[in-house]
Design a protein around this ligand. Structure first.
Ligand SMILES: Cc1cc2nc3c(=O)[nH]c(=O)nc-3n(C[C@H](O)[C@H](O)[C@H](O)COP(=O)(O)OP(=O)(O)OC[C@H]3O[C@@H](n4cnc5c(N)ncnc54)[C@H](O)[C@@H]3O)c2cc1C
Length: 285
């Protein structure tokens, strides 16, 4: 099928893009970033936006920057920008490790980090990273700018706190401590598919004991989130098989799993148990 008719607007500046969104968002207008989610949905006529505000030519949205505390990722930064570490910090290694699990190479060359956050597929790897590391989203419209914490940003399956006329101009991720350890694991039936469950874990070691543990789960519930019970099972413990399994068990029993025609809740719970354990095992290598 072909998309329903639409008008494409191609602003060159952020102000122009925001003005266009103010006009057209209430008339069923949408932002077009990498188009890797929106265009297929339009082709199937699951979405029929009358106007697209294409942000690809907007100056200044294509940058990854750091001030030494956070990594700022502009609205048009592609997934592929993270194939190689973007800064000298463990966060950059984490992003490289995660990036290669997103879809396939051609999709990573077009799809954007912020587009993934705005689309808010529960199985999105970047949404999991943002939730686990507590990213801050920078949203703008013609009235100004507001900062949204990841915990408030993801509201459910493909639902976010963004208003219809707001552009997600930037996502900010805190840099990790130099000695931070991390592990990521996801399960899908074929490489490149969306994850049926994914886990990201980070922590530091102090005197051989885990501190500042973060365990995030994606793909298993309606939105990605940190799992406090799994983090509590790690904090203050020496890393090792027994502790990692206890954290995995805590995560599996704390979630409210999504079900679909292929996947029962119990199967997803099993997957969560496996991906958390594997992410933690990877963190030690
Ligand atoms: C075959 C296939 C496999 C895929 N596999 C994966 C996968 O494994 N993991 C994964 O995470 N993704 C996967 N994707 C999706 C891909 O990563 C998309 O690139 C991503 O979800 C959306 O980014 P985009 O820049 O393409 O956004 P678009 O498709 O342009 O937009 C998506 C939605 O977000 C809105 N939007 C985009 N940018 C902004 C912004 N800055 N501010 C406000 N709203 C905005 C749009 O209006 C639209 O509603 C896959 C896609 C395909 C086609």
């Amino acid at each position: 099928m072909k998309p329903a008719p639409f008008i494409r607007h191609a602003p060159k500046t952020l102000d122009e893009a925001l003005r266009l969104l103010a006009i057209y968002a209430p008339q069923d207008g949408r932002v077009l970033a990498g188009g890797q989610s929106l265009v297929p949905i339009m082709a199937f006529r699951l979405a029929k936006p009358a106007h697209l505000v294409d942000i690809n030519d907007v100056a200044g949205l294509n940058e990854v920057m750091t001030d030494g505390k956070v990594l700022s990722i502009g609205a048009c930064v592609r997934h592929a920008a993270f194939h190689k570490p973007v800064v000298d910090n463990p966060l950059a290694k984490l992003l490289s490790e995660v990036a290669r699990h997103i879809a396939h190479y051609p999709i990573r060359m077009r799809g954007t980090f912020c587009g993934s956050l705005a689309h808010a597929d529960p199985a999105s790897e970047w949404c999991l990273v943002a939730a686990t590391l507590e990213a801050t989203m920078v949203a703008r419209n013609t009235h100004g700018e507001r900062l949204i914490a990841a915990a408030d940003f993801f509201e459910g399956i493909m639902a976010t706190a963004l208003k219809e006329d707001e552009l997600l101009v930037e996502a900010r991720l805190p840099l990790l401590a130099r000695d931070a350890k991390f592990g990521f694991n996801e399960f899908n039936r074929r490489a490149g598919d969306f994850a049926m469950a994914a886990a990201l874990a980070t922590y530091r070691l102090q005197g051989g004991k885990i501190v500042e543990a973060r365990v995030g789960i994606g793909g298993a519930e309606a939105r990605p989130r940190r799992i406090a019970q799994a983090e509590a099972a790690l904090d203050g413990q020496a890393p090792g098989d027994k502790v990692f399994r206890a954290a995995a068990e805590a995560a599996a029993s704390s979630i409210d799993p999504l079900e679909d025609y292929q996947t029962t809740a119990e199967y997803r719970r099993d997957l969560v148990r496996a991906v958390v354990r594997r992410a933690l095992e990877q963190s030690g290598t």
